[in-house]
Design a protein around this ligand. Structure first.
Ligand SMILES: [Zn+2]
Length: 210
């Protein structure tokens, strides 16, 4: 029985408070359920990426990217040296020695020997060895886009590198390639073609893609 208007207001307030409290409890419970569901969603759906590149693809990619720095109009080769902990310790590409201008020395493949690039250009593998971060390369492996020539092979063996990973062996059967393989086999340096399931890898320099 309503005793007074004030009692009536108080009763109404209590009823509203109870109702709000019930709603709050329901919301809390719903939130807990959502949280739990999201946890399972992450567990089931948010697995690690499976289309990431392999170490071989990564290091050969670095070699191929290094080649993009070459000024040689005909052949661009890059190389990347990696230690036993998969750390990059040297990179290089075919280019002229330090202090020799790209604009003054010849890039021609034909003509008198001194008017061609051959006596001057330092190959990618040799550059990678010479440009290394200042460590012993013993036991390292070298990734090179092109199977190393006999001159680079000498440097590879002498530096202590133990494995050559290449992408192309297009001069296989040539005298320089035969000499390279003969030296590598004799010195116990292994070589293998890179295994990759990808044909192309595109890099975007669009900031919105990051
Ligand atoms: Zn070479």
């Amino acid at each position: 029985m309503i005793k007074s208007l004030n009692d009536c207001k108080l009763g109404l307030c209590k009823s509203v408070a109870v109702s709000l409290n019930e709603r709050l409890l329901t919301l809390k419970e719903n939130f807990r359920v959502l949280e739990k569901n999201y946890f399972y969603y992450e567990l089931i759906v948010m697995q690690k990426r499976t289309d990431y590149i392999t170490w071989d693809e990564y290091f050969m990619g670095i070699a191929l990217l290094s080649a993009k720095r070459s000024k040689d109009p005909n052949t661009q080769v890059g190389a990347c040296i990696v230690n036993g902990q998969n750390k990059i310790v040297g990179t290089g590409y075919n280019g002229l020695p330090l202090g020799c201008s790209d604009d003054e020395f010849p890039w021609s493949k034909q003509g008198d020997f001194l008017d061609t690039k051959y006596p001057y250009v330092c190959h990618a593998e040799l550059n990678a060895i010479l440009n290394n971060i200042g460590m012993d390369l013993k036991g390292c492996r070298i990734y090179t886009a092109l199977f190393p020539c006999n001159e680079c092979t000498k440097a590879i063996i002498q530096s202590g590198i133990k494995e050559v990973v290449y992408l192309s062996d297009k001069y296989n059967g040539s005298d320089t390639s035969i000499a390279s393989k003969k030296m590598l086999d004799t010195a116990g340096v292994s070589y293998r073609k890179v295994i990759s399931g990808i044909q192309q890898l595109q890099l975007s320099f669009d900031e919105t893609d990051v």
